[in-house]
Design a protein around this ligand. Structure first.
Ligand code: ADP
Ligand code: MG
Length: 345
């Protein structure tokens, strides 16, 4: 079990990890999800003892990582974002080298290396030079050193980045098979990656934890928030006055429509109740014709975008790969800024 409490990491004036707290329970797969620059690698480097935090505490099975790093690190296998592979070594030589670093007793070494290679399906590449391996196999070597000695907790930083779809499926299967006997924490900036294998998702944005739940519950929470988009022929003030009294509206925004004399209304619904009929009668009674009405349900993808998009713009200054942001996301942000009349009900 891992307990992270109030973890902070500052690089100069930039806060890469901002008071993160969470626990990782035994025997589950945890996904650390967030856009590039969110602070995933920094957090993982701290949790594995490779980087000192500015503030905060990490306990591995009750052992304080900062006070007893060697003892705490025994429980952890780590695949960093860029694993330090030695291209001139064969796979076997590299694994022996890692076994020595991990202080695996000499007598057990052969057996442990063989079992790590079996798990990662590397047996047939035992004598290949690492330099000559494909990207997928190199990644497996990185994984093999992480699982070597069968540590209780395995931490994988973007384990499928740069792999082709077939290799991604293989690595996913491998991760699932490891989960039978290990606790796994993996990171990714791709939602589908995490929702496909993880029992729990922690969404991190600008160094902060913005969600921590099962994929199903995250989706459900957001599904509760259905959005209605309406085009109404009326003026803004009248629409606001009429719709104000309707129950079940969490948030209402009204802006000028494309056509003159029309408005575009976005309504966030509250609870399960269907308010479409109430909207219809309210508008009809007030002689405000509804020109169109659409119901939009949130997906897990929306949860992720919503939770991570607000901080995105600010992060541009320090963002290393701004191309990761989807165009829709920016469109949405711009549209929101144009809005003149937004009220919270
Ligand atoms: P992620 O793994 O989620 O993409 P990182 O943990 O690598 O994010 O980075 C978090 C933030 O910290 C980014 O804004 C990044 O630019 C910054 N950062 C990471 N490492 C350093 C460093 N050694 N010096 C200065 N800034 C850094
Ligand atoms: Mg990273």
């Amino acid at each position: 079990m891992i307990e992270v409490k109030n973890l902070v990491k500052r690089y100069g004036s930039h806060t890469a990890v901002d008071h993160l707290s969470f626990t990782v329970e035994k025997g589950q797969i945890y996904g650390f999800l967030g856009p590039n620059g969110a602070g995933k690698s920094t957090t993982m480097n701290i949790m594995t003892g490779y980087l000192a935090p500015t503030e905060g505490e990490v306990r591995i099975n009750g052992i304080d990582l900062l006070e007893e790093p060697d003892e705490a690190k025994k429980y952890i296998g780590y695949l960093p974002e860029m694993p330090p592979l030695y291209p001139e070594m064969t796979v076997w030589e590299y694994m022996e080298f890692c076994a020595e670093l991990k202080k695996i007793p000499r007598k057990k070494r052969r057996e442990e290396i063989l079992s790590a290679m079996e798990l990662t399906k590397l047996e047939d590449r035992k004598n290949s030079l690492i330099r000559n391996l494909s990207k997928g196999y190199k990644q497996r070597v990185g994984l093999a050193q992480a699982v070597l000695g069968l540590p209780e907790i395995i931490i994988l930083d973007e384990p499928t980045v740069g792999l082709d779809p077939m290799q991604i499926i293989e690595i996913r299967d491998l991760i699932r098979s490891l989960a039978k006997n290990h606790t796994i924490l993996l990171s990714s900036h791709i939602l589908s990656e995490v929702s496909a294998v993880c029992d729990k998702i922690m969404i991190i944005s600008q160094g902060k934890l913005v969600a921590n739940d099962t994929p199903q519950r995250l989706e459900q929470t957001m599904k509760g928030v259905a959005t209605l988009n309406l085009e109404i022929r009326a003026d803004k003030k009248a629409v606001q006055r009429q719709l104000q009294s309707i129950r079940g509206i969490r948030h209402l925004s009204v802006k000028e429509g494309e056509e003159e004399g029309t408005v575009f209304v976005t309504i966030e619904e509250e609870g399960e109740e269907d308010i479409r009929e109430a909207l219809f009668y309210a508008c009809a009674n007030a002689k405000m014709p509804i020109l169109s009405m659409q119901s939009v349900k949130a997906t897990l993808e929306d949860v992720f975008l919503e939770l991570t998009s607000e901080t995105k713009k600010e992060d541009q200054r320090v963002e290393e790969s701004p191309q990761e942001a989807s165009p829709e996301e920016f469109k949405e942000t711009e549209a929101m800024e144009e809005e003149e009349d937004v009220r919270d009900l």
